[in-house]
Design a protein around this ligand. Structure first.
Ligand code: ACK
Length: 685
């Protein structure tokens, strides 16, 4: 056997930095020295303008998980100073490195830190609590390092309420929080948080924002809301103040008033503020309150003459400005072509042109142009932009911006496995941002699916296809007027299927399905299951398992979108900020579902699975029966053994098509879940 030797240096060091954390990652060395026991050490140096003038960073800087003996090729650096050149030397060592006389092999990277982030908030105080509200206050940070823009207050119920605890048991604490928290902002160092549950403990932490970015979060503080008596106490407090003032006379009243105003604890003021805040929340929850200054969507069906609507929201284009180049697909009303549009500034821009085929009925023309009347009201980077319409000559056309990569589902299928998780999350972030815009405008899409998202050459995803959204949810006729009477079952929330309750919350359900489509590179949701089976399985509590290679945090978000109770689903604003957090902390995305022992439980009622007895039966149920012999020959003969297989086993036994590998891995995850239930219930297969 040849001797082993120290490894070569790590490669491709990369970094990602925000105001409070620096994330370093690198590739393993080319030459492992013939050994598998590679670990990494990171040495930090602060350097002056002369790169040779460096000193060790010392203890001021923190490494997570640590700076030496790292098993993974990444580390997070915290507590760095501003305007400093840091050089990080990353070395790879193995079991024989210490025995070698040759110099250590390392790669270095130098990073200059920017403006300093504000320091942390210290103590947070509870000023008072009622049944549904808590008032907090705190000191400004000692060194804000700039003007304080606002404070972000993040809070969550101490025992996470929304999903069965079993779902959370294997997750790290931070991941619980990532999904279950609420947050609010305040410009002053105090806040009244409303809409809480009575007699419930909440965890709060707060961070401050300046132009340089966010500080880290403060320590966590635990406070409890009051019970019925606390509201009475608050009322009694008021009476006491009034009584005291009456008895003690005018001077005492003045003193008390001043005292309360100065300390900001005046019960009257607080009560009034609390009431108005709670009212605001209630209005928001009912979805009635539109933010001031945010445009509201106007349903074109409210126009008696639809051509009035289209001309209000869409420009009429002279057809001589349009050059059709080629047909790129077939739409519901006619061909979709690509071409060029001459702008008034004589510039030619690429466009897609939807045409209305000849021989149409008046109703079809109205339906066709309806989409333009809707699209023309939107102006957002993640919503397909309408350039204009041609209605005064034939063919009738809708001209929209051109999206080089076409629809998202086919694009992903064409590029199976080609993107990094961060790129996929970037796409999802774009879609959620477009959906947030739509829901802020009061528009319900009803047909959100990867096939209705378009992708441009920069991988920017835009929501399109505004055809299904014909009627607003409170229209009693809604059940009978949807195009073709068809609902895209696999993408649609149960309440929308059952009683046409379409809302932004049902769009959030569809968004979860889009997430699943994206993370599985365009796989069909629920595979070949029939629509009827999909409806029944959802009703029974079944939810799609995580696609292969899917980070736990993303599958959690999907499950969150698929909560039966629609008010428990996240709002699109929650989704956007959650995905932003993931993009800022990509290390969270490294935890994949298949790395975790035990599988998440579906939300809702206890699932009632189909029980399989043989491996062949199970394979056939997922339309993979052709591999039954491969499983048997390799010794994977019982469902118990199969449930412990991993992706390498699946490749090794000869499942070479990536789509098949993915389907089998996903189904094994469901199988494991099923096994866990069987064990818990004491059943035996
Ligand atoms: O998947 P695709 O290439 O993307 O095929 C469909 C086809 O037209 C029928 O809808 C494509 N398509 C639709 N709108 C656009 C657009 N704005 N830019 C580029 N392609 C588009 C879609």
């Amino acid at each position: 056997m040849p001797c082993t030797k120290p490894p070569s240096a790590p490669r491709n060091v990369n970094f990602n930095m925000n105001e409070t954390a620096l994330y370093l990652e690198w590739s393993p060395p080319f030459d492992t020295g013939g050994r598998k026991d590679i670990i990494y050490n990171v040495l930090c140096k602060k350097c002056g303008s002369d790169p040779n003038d460096c000193e060790l960073c010392g203890g001021g800087i923190r490494f997570v998980p640590r700076h030496s003996g790292l098993q993974n090729a990444s580390v997070t650096v915290l507590d760095f100073l501003s305007h400093v050149n840091y050089t990080f030397e990353i070395e790879a060592v193995n079991g024989v490195s210490d025995l070698s006389f040759s110099p250590k092999q390392y790669t270095s990277i130098t990073i200059t830190t920017d403006q300093e982030a504000p320091t942390l908030i210290g103590m947070v105080r509870k000023d008072w609590a009622s049944q549904n509200s808590i008032a907090l206050s705190w000191q400004e940070p000692d060194y804000p390092n700039g003007i304080i823009l606002d404070y972000e207050i993040k809070y969550y119920e101490k025992a996470y309420p929304r999903i069965a605890p079993a779902f959370w048991h294997y997750l790290r604490v931070e991941e619980h929080e990532q999904l279950s928290y609420s947050s609010t902002r305040s410009k002053a160092p105090s806040v009244i948080i409303t809409g809480l549950k009575p007699s419930t403990k909440y965890i709060f932490h707060i961070r401050v924002r300046t132009a340089a970015g966010y500080s880290g979060y403060s320590n966590k503080f635990e406070f409890e809301t009051g019970d019925e008596t606390s509201d009475m106490a608050a009322e009694q407090g008021q009476i006491l103040v009034i009584a005291t003032a009456a008895v003690g006379g005018f001077t005492l009243l003045v003193i008390l008033t001043l005292f309360f105003l100065i300390t900001g604890r005046c019960q009257w003021y607080i009560k009034a503020k609390m009431k108005s805040e709670e009212k605001r929340r209630t209005n928001l929850q009912n979805g009635n309150l539109r933010l001031p200054g945010v445009k509201t969507y106007v349903d074109p069906d409210t126009y008696e003459d639809p051509s009035l609507a289209v001309h209000e929201f869409a420009k009429e284009i002279d057809p001589s400005r349009i050059r059709i180049e080629r047909v790129i697909g077939a739409g519901e009303f006619g061909e979709v072509c690509s071409g060029r549009l001459k702008t008034p500034a004589k510039k030619e821009i690429p466009v897609a042109i939807k045409t209305l085929k000849g021989g149409y009925m008046d109703r079809q023309r109205k339906d066709f142009l309806r989409e333009a009347s809707i699209m023309g009201q939107f102006d957002h980077p993640n919503i397909i932009r309408l350039e204009g319409v041609v209605t005064k000559s034939r063919p009738v056309m809708i001209v929209v911006e051109y999206m080089e990569n076409g629809s998202l589902d086919s694009f992903l299928r064409k590029h199976d496995g080609h993107f990094t998780v961060i790129q996929l999350v970037g796409m999802l972030r774009g879609i959620s941002s477009g959906m947030k815009y739509l829901s802020d405008m009061g528009y319900v899409h009803r047909d959100l699916a990867a096939r209705n998202i378009l992708v441009n050459s920069n991988l920017v995803c835009k929501v399109s296809d505004f055809g299904l959204s014909r009627v607003l949810e409170d229209d009693p006729e809604a059940a009978y007027t949807t195009t073709g009477g068809k609902i895209p079952i696999r993408w649609t929330a149960p309440e929308a299927i059952a009683y046409r309750k379409f809302s932004s919350a049902s769009d959030a359900w569809s968004y979860g399905i889009v997430m699943w489509e994206v993370m599985s590179y365009g796989e069909r949701p629920y595979w070949e299951m029939s629509n009827q089976d999909v409806i029944l399985s959802i009703e029974e509590g079944y939810r799609l398992p995580a696609p292969m290679g899917c980070p736990v945090s993303l599958h959690q978000l999907m499950l969150h979108c698929w909560q039966k109770e629609r008010n428990h689903r996240p709002k699109f604003s929650d989704i956007v900020s959650f995905l932003d957090k993931l993009i800022r902390n990509p290390s969270v995305l490294q935890i994949l579902v298949e790395d975790i022992v035990g599988m998440p439980e579906s939300p809702g009622d206890t699932p009632d699975y189909h029980f399989f007895v043989t491996v062949t039966e199970w394979l056939e149920s997922i339309k993979m029966g052709q591999y039954a012999n491969n499983f048997m020959a390799a010794g994977f003969t019982t469902l118990d053994i199969v449930s412990r297989m991993n992706i390498d086993d699946i490749r090794r036994i000869g499942v070479s098509l990536i789509g098949h590998q993915r389907r089998i891995v996903s189904s094994i995850q469901t199988l494991r879940l099923q096994m866990m239930h069987i064990q818990e219930k004491g059943f035996h297969v």
